[in-house]
Design a protein around this ligand. Structure first.
Ligand code: PBG
Length: 330
């Protein structure tokens, strides 16, 4: 038998393999999510996310300098809000002297080129741990949009480059875009979590911020009335098209690894940049297996991030960004 076509011919050496490589992962692809807390000189480990910390503002600024020197050009900000500042309206989120606003200003001062992408959502500020304001036992969509608009303007005033709404209310991109334009923030972008699924993979993140929905029979126990049902695929495209028509600049799909079919489908359909969130549960699974010696940490990180890019991601939000940047340098 003569085999004319042999796929192994192009795999014989590393140099040859590199010539035909389709996907190249670089630090330009990464967005690092970071957790900020009150105080100074503070750095607390997050037990569910080995290697990830909550830092006070001063240490956050130092961390951002280090990230930028490693080639990471964007950070996604989350605040650990003290219990006494939480309420049902989330009004601390538009306090012009709040922790988020002060963090944005401090990073802008210290690392002016860093692209700052604050999270826009009420859950870290909500006594109920929901992304929306609760009225008569339900998450009120339009009241929440009004709050998200106030938060957005306040973050833009503080110097945010790109707002990242992760709440999944209907119509919030339009509401935010309109308010930004009216207030002359024409260059502030919106990276919208368009297809964000109600997922069990967010568990470690919620413990990092103490932001899980509270156990109370009068309020919804989960986020299924606003985040997407993981049984659905076509609906993701509908969400994406709506956010684009409302003025989104970048589209987010979340979670990452178990949802790469969605990423690939959206990639075929749209030409806007796509961001994919390699979420806390994905990170925690990898770290747990690596700590047990069941998988190779470094190889698994590079492989999973490369596969997310291969599926169609332009930007990857990942807690492994710093580690991956170091690995890519060597
Ligand atoms: C909340 C928000 C969540 C994440 C980012 N923004 C959690 C949630 O929707 O409950 C999850 C990120 C992660 O798990 O890494 N607006």
């Amino acid at each position: 038998m003569i085999i004319y076509s042999r796929n192994r011919r192009l795999r014989v050496s590393q140099t040859l393999r590199s010539l035909v490589q389709e996907t190249v992962l670089t630090t330009n692809d990464f967005v690092m999510p970071i957790f900020v807390m009150e105080g100074s000189g503070k750095k607390e480990a997050i037990p569910t996310m080995p290697g990830i910390f909550r830092r006070s503002l001063d240490l956050t600024v130092l961390e951002c300098k280090e990230l930028f020197s490693l080639g990471i050009k964007a950070v996604n900000l989350y605040m650990k809000v003290s219990e006494n500042l939480k309420d049902n309206t989330g009004k601390e989120s538009w306090n012009s002297n709040g922790l988020m606003q002060n963090t944005i200003k401090a990073i802008k001062d210290a690392v002016p080129e860093m692209v700052i992408m604050p999270d826009v959502a009420l859950d870290p500020y909500s006594i109920f741990g929901h992304d929306g304001i609760i009225k008569e036992g339900k998450i009120d969509n339009d009241l929440t949009n009004d709050a998200l608009v106030k938060m957005s303007i306040s973050l833009a005033e503080a110097g945010a480059d790109i707002l990242a709404p992760s709440d999944m209310m209907d119509g919030r991109v339009l509401a935010m875009r309109t308010a930004l334009e009216e207030n002359n923030f024409t260059d502030v972008g919106i990276l919208s979590y368009a297809a964000k699924y109600a997922s069990s993979f967010y568990g470690p993140f919620r413990s990092a911020l103490d932001s899980a929905p509270v156990d109370n029979k009068d309020i919804p126990k989960d986020k299924k009335t606003y985040q997407m049902d993981f049984h659905n695929s076509r609906e993701a495209l509908d969400e994406v098209y709506k956010d684009i028509s409302e003025g989104a600049d970048i589209i987010m799909i979340k979670p990452g690894m178990p949802y790469l079919d969605i990423v690939s489908k959206v990639r075929e359909a749209i030409d806007l940049p796509i961001a994919v969130y390699n979420v806390s549960g994905e990170y925690a699974m990898l770290k747990a297996a690596a700590q047990n010696g069941w998988i190779d940490n470094d190889k698994a990180i590079i492989e999973s991030l490369t596969c997310i890019k291969r599926a169609g991601a332009d930007l990857i939000f990942t807690y492994a960004a710093k580690e991956a940047a170091v690995l890519l340098q060597s």
